[in-house]
Design a protein around this ligand. Sequence first.
Ligand code: ZN
Length: 400
Amino acid sequence: METFLNSIHGRYASDKKTILGLCMNKYSYALSDLARELGTSIPKITRIVTEMVNEGYLVEVGKLESASGRRPSLYGLNPDAGFFVGVDVNKDFLIVSVTNFPGRQVALVDNIPYTLESTESSVKGLCKVVLEAVRKEKIDPSRVRGYGVNLTGRVNRRTGYSYSYYIGEEKPIAQLLEEGFGQKVIVENDSRAMAYGEYMAGVAGNADTFLFLNVGWGLGMGMVIDGKLFYGKSGFSGEVGHFPLLDNNRVCQCGKMGCLETGASGSALHRIVLEKLSSGRSSILSSAYRKGEEISLDSILEAVEKEDVLAIECVEEIGSVLGRAVAGLINIFNPDLVVIGGRLSSTERYLMPPLRSAVNRLSLNLVNSDTQIKVSSLGKSAGAVGASFLSKSRLLSELS
Ligand SMILES: [Zn+2]
């Protein structure tokens, strides 16, 4: 596999990598600044930058204003020199986001039908589907410098193993994906990637310490602490859905009892709505329920949008339980910000008031007065956006 870094060779390879790393962090440089950063002479930097312009990595992005009247050129990344692809793997569809070299989103493709299974052919199939989507967006896959792929559940980013997909095989899933894409791949937990998306391009840009709650079918959390994603020893941090907080005697999908997820998640909402329908409560879902049709989480979220009172009541119930958990998290982390994201964030109007009320009631005032609570601004695309930026950050760490 010829990775992007291997493709930079020749006499000045190491200086070129340093210059790319500098330009990925900062918009533009004059030759004199680059010479100072690299501790080298202006003639040598001029030679290297000229080569990099000819090779398509850098472009002149403007002129520096100067008092002397001479206006030296400023150089920055050529936006078309490289792309990073983020893939969010959902139960039966993929979302793909493409970010260019300087970090601007150039494509977002939602709802690509695909169901990932734990087989080698399914993982390779995913690569094909993603590459096709990238080509359709008129992006040449040979210019993609890295991929980030989000998977639900426990993922060890360092070893590349997922504990939900392709389990127990000798090769980690990250290696299979690299073979399929022909480039470096990072696998990441979906909630953590969503948190990173909000941090790099969403609602959390100015927060140094923040918590992202992914309220989907389950409940996950991504944490940025002191400006860095927090992983824990094996990368499994953030399993807040399995916090044994509730005294409800309910068995969680993890096999334990009273996990937070059994009262504050999409699956909890689904269960509560069905319980109320079976007890005879009226709703716009009643007739479908009586006919024995399947009531999906999506149909419940649609009912909320149509202002169905029963569905709204159930969302409020979830908001109140979630708020209790957020109060506890605020007391522990004293974060700048808590972001509520995931599928249930579409019910913001009804989810947030009881959530905020529980936080006000239950968290320590001195601690919570420093913390803002916001709803995700990237919505469904947070994970794919985050994955593309994680891939960019990986390359950046290898360049510096
Ligand atoms: Zn659990």
